[in-house]
Design a protein around this ligand. Structure first.
Ligand SMILES: [Zn+2]
Length: 431
């Protein structure tokens, strides 16, 4: 497809030549190779994955390529996992302003991931005419050049193994058992957290949220559980050095058997396809097939080194001077979460709040040609009178002013209130 055809099909706000010029100037260092492998063993058949190595920010322009890798670990059925797999990427991309430069696109991505996750959850809720009980974890990874952005709900994980031999966790486990902050949030929003009571009052199993009995505090789907089980993802964005690194993305079937370090070490120096198989094999060896077990291994490697990184196992350099400066928000205190990657990883963004007002910014974007406002979640245009700003209405906190953005349409506003426990959770069904 020629550039002329592309610009005629979808004229961007900025001339295409300008955009391409920006792309070329921005890519001083050559783009890395992205090599990947996948392996899985099913017990219940509720794990799904997505591999899209050839997406483009500007359709038809290969220099704007990026890749997406995701795992969806379903529970109580497969509908939510399949729905998220089919719709989430489109919903995320629709929340990024058209005509953005590469830098603007990467900066807009964390917010777009939040909007896309919530929109997908609302659409799933509305699509069924009956109460849909299935839900899914999502670990969603976008790789653009050396920049890796990970959004996650639930307890699937993404780890990063870098050349220094240091393993870091790019996700947070949304398990009620392990996440105190999430327990407090769910309780404050009207949920009850406790264990299953059987045999005359004996408590068994992990902490769960009632009603529903889910042991996760965030997911997509689960419309029969309280809406304080939210689809708002933890998002982390890092930039690798041009030495590259390896991502291991996997469902809890792996992580219940292997620590992050064990998973990384079990496959170091092997090509991605073989590495994924080996991680699954290692998890099975130690625990047997108790759950669906899915693993994606993604190598981000310098383009002048077509072979996978052969990283000898080194002792961690305790004197590494360029550690991450930012504190991890809403994170668990696992040893593997020490983001001390010997100066090879730059942390660009991390936010895990479940509160939409803290995740979507304060802009109140007006479409000047139509006089309509755009909903920050579903991107639908609506006149201001029909929608409400996140902080308006009877529930705004005293610290925030009413009518501060972002603008939410009536439907998304209803969802936001339900997630914060300000409305009885009651699935809205499309009419
Ligand atoms: Zn909306």
């Amino acid at each position: 497809m020629s550039q002329t055809e592309v610009s005629m099909m979808k004229p961007p706000l900025v001339p295409l030549a300008t955009l391409i010029g920006r792309e070329l100037r921005g890519e001083k260092v050559e783009k890395p190779f992205v090599k990947y492998g996948q392996a899985a063993l099913a017990k219940k058949g509720e794990d799904y994955f997505l591999i899209k190595p050839d997406c483009q920010r500007i359709p038809g322009n290969a220099s704007t390529s990026f890749s997406v890798f995701a795992i969806f670990d379903g529970h109580n059925g497969i509908s939510a996992a399949i729905f998220a797999k089919e719709n989430l990427l489109t919903n995320v991309l629709s929340a990024i302003p058209q005509g953005a430069s590469r830098d603007e696109w990467l900066q807009a991505l964390p917010r777009a991931l939040v909007a896309g996750f919530v929109k997908t959850d609302i659409e799933f809720q509305q699509k069924g005419t009956y109460c849909e009980t299935s839900g899914t974890t999502v670990t969603f990874v976008v790789i653009d050049g050396w920049t890796v952005t990970v959004a996650s709900v639930g307890d699937s994980r993404c780890i990063l193994d870098t050349q220094g031999g240091v393993v870091s966790l790019l996700t947070v486990d949304h398990r009620l058992e392990e996440n105190v902050e999430e327990r407090e949030r769910v309780t404050a929003s009207g949920g009850e957290v406790g264990r299953l009571n059987v045999f005359g009052g004996n408590e068994v199993g992990p902490l769960r949220c009632w009603p529903g009995g889910l042991c996760l505090s965030r997911s997509i789907g689960d419309t029969d559980v309280g809406e304080f089980i939210v689809p708002v993802p933890h998002v982390k964005q890092v930039k690798l050095s041009n030495a590259g690194g390896r991502l291991v993305i996997a469902s809890d079937g792996i992580w219940d058997a292997l620590s992050s370090d064990m998973a990384a070490q079990s496959c170091r120096g092997l090509p991605a396809e073989l590495a994924a198989k080996l991680v699954v094999k290692e998890a099975l060896r130690s625990r047997g097939l108790k759950d669906d077990t899915t693993c994606l291994v993604v190598d981000i490697i310098p383009s002048d080194h077509p072979a996978p990184p052969i990283t000898p196992r080194k002792k961690h350099n305790m004197l590494s001077s360029l550690l991450f400066g930012k504190k991890a928000l809403n994170s668990t205190n696992k040893a593997s979460n020490k983001l001390s990657a010997v100066g090879v990883v730059e942390e660009l963004f991390e936010e895990g709040s479940a509160v939409l007002a803290e995740r979507l910014g304060k802009e109140f974007p007006l479409n000047t040609s139509s006089g309509l406002f755009k909903c920050a979640v579903c991107q639908v245009d609506q006149p201001a009178g029909d929608g409400l700003s996140v902080n308006s209405g009877p529930f705004f906190s005293p610290a925030s002013k009413p009518w501060e953005g972002p603008f939410l349409c009536t439907n998304c506003r209803r969802k936001k209130d339900a997630m914060e426990g300000k409305r009885p959770s009651c699935p809205t069904v499309a009419t």
